[in-house]
Ligand binder design. Sequence first.
Ligand SMILES: [Zn+2]
Length: 505
Amino acid sequence: MFLSLTLFSLNRKKMNLKSERRGIHVDQSELLCKKGCGYYGNPAWQGFCSKCWREEYHKARQKQIQEDWELAERLQREEEEAYASSQSTQGAQSLTFSKFEEKKTNEKTRKVTTVKKFFTASSRTGAKKEIQEAKAPSPSINRQASIETDRVSKEFIEFLKTYHKPGQDIYKQCKLFLDTMNHKRDLSIEEQSECAQDFYQNVAEKLQTRWKVPPEKVEKAMDQIEKYIMTRQYKYVFCPETTDDEKKDLAVQKRIRALHWVTPQMLCVPVNEEIPEVSDMVVKAITDIIEMDSKRVPRDKLACITKCSKHIFNAIKITKNEPASADDFLPTLIYIVLKGNPPRLQSNIQYITRFCNPSRLMTGEDGYYFTNLCCAVAFIEKLDAQSLNLSQEDFDRFMTGQTSPKKQESDSFSPDVCLGVKQMYKNLDLLSQLNERQERIVNEAKKLEEDLIDWTDGITKEVQDIVEKYPLDIKPKNQALAAIDSENVENDKLPPPLQPQVYAG
Ligand SMILES: [Zn+2]
C-alpha cells in the first residue's frame, strides 16, 4: 500500500529517550502520487493522484469491458452453434444476434462516453425525483438546508453575471449536470463520483478554451461551480446508504476512544500545552477539525483541515521557538485527531475524495494537508505498541483499560506531561489536603462544644452547691441595724480601724 508508514521502534536506551525519539515518520515522498507525476496521492486512489487514478481506473475498466465482451461473444457463439446444429432456424438466429449487437452498442455508449453523455440532455424525465425527496432528513434540517441552497444559488447567479455570456453557459452546464445526476442515483457512488470528476474536468477545459476565461478567473469560477453543485448534491452523496462509510466512521470513532490514553510524549509531539498560547492553538485546531463535518461543500471541508493544520504549525512553532518541520507535523496532527475524535471522519474524507474538484487535492496546501490527514487516519488504524514506544504488555493493558499511563506518571511528572492532567493531579492533591484539614477542624469544633457544655454544667453545679450550703437569709432591715447600733455602747474602747498597706510582691 502507498502509505507504508515507516514506524520505527524506538530505542529504549535512556540517552535517546528524550531528544532523539521518533515514533512516527512518513517520508514526504510517500505523500506523492506513486506514479511519480509530482501530485499528491491518496489512499482512496490507491496511492495515485486523482489524474493517474482515473487513468488506471479507466484502463482497468476498459480491460474489464473487453473481457466481458470477449466472454459474451464466446458464449453467444457457443449458443448460436448449439442452436444452429439443433434447429438451424434462420430467423431465430438473426434475432439473437441482433440482440447481442444491441447490447454491445449500449455497453459502449454507456461506459466509454460518460463525458459526452453529461452534456446531452437525458431523455428520461424526473421519475426519480419523488424518491429523492422522500429520502431527505427531518423537516427542520431540510428547511435549513434549503434556505442555504437558495442563498448559494443566488450568490452563484450574481457571481456568474460578472462573467457575462460565458456565465450563462456555465449556469446551463451546471443545471444540466444536476439534472443528469438526478437520473443517476442508482449508480454506485464511485460512478457518481466519476461523473462529478468528468464534469469538473470538462467545465475547466471549456472555461479555458471555449469561453476564453482568463486563467486567474478560471480557478475562482471552478470554486463557485463546486459550491453550487455540491450544496445541492450533498444530501444524496454524503455517506450514502449504499456504501460502508458509516460503518467505517463508527470503527474509527471506537478506535480513537480506545486510544484515549495516548500521551503527547508517546507520539513525540513537540507541543507544550503548559504554554497558554500553545494550549490555545491546540484547542483551535481541535475545533477546526470538528467543524469540518458541518460544511457541505468539499472545498469548505478542506479549508477546515487547512485551518487546523496552520494552528498545529503555530503550536509547534511557539513550543520549539523555531519553524515546525514536516516531521513534527504529522504526529501532532495524529494527536489532534485523537484528542478531537472528529465526527464522521471517514465519511468526510471519502466525500472530499469523491466530490472535490481534483485539482484542489493534487496540488497546493489544501492537497498537502488533506493527504496528511488521510495518512494520520491510516496511522491511527495501525497504531501499535512499537510505534508508541511501549512494551506489548503495557500497550495491551492500556488498550483494555486495566491501567492508565497517566496514573503511573502522576507521581513523577515528566516535564512535558499535558498541562490539564498535571493540573488535575495538583487539584486532587489539594482537595485531599483540604479534606483532612476540614475533618480536623470539625473534630476540634466538636471538642470545643463539649468543653463549653462541661464548663457551663460545672459552673451551674458549683453555684447550686454554694447556694445550698449558704442559703440567702434576708433578715428584716431596720430591726437588725438598730440592734447593732444600740448595743454599741463601749465604742470608745475599740482599737482604731486598720489602715490599707502596700506589701511588696
Ligand atoms: Zn499522478
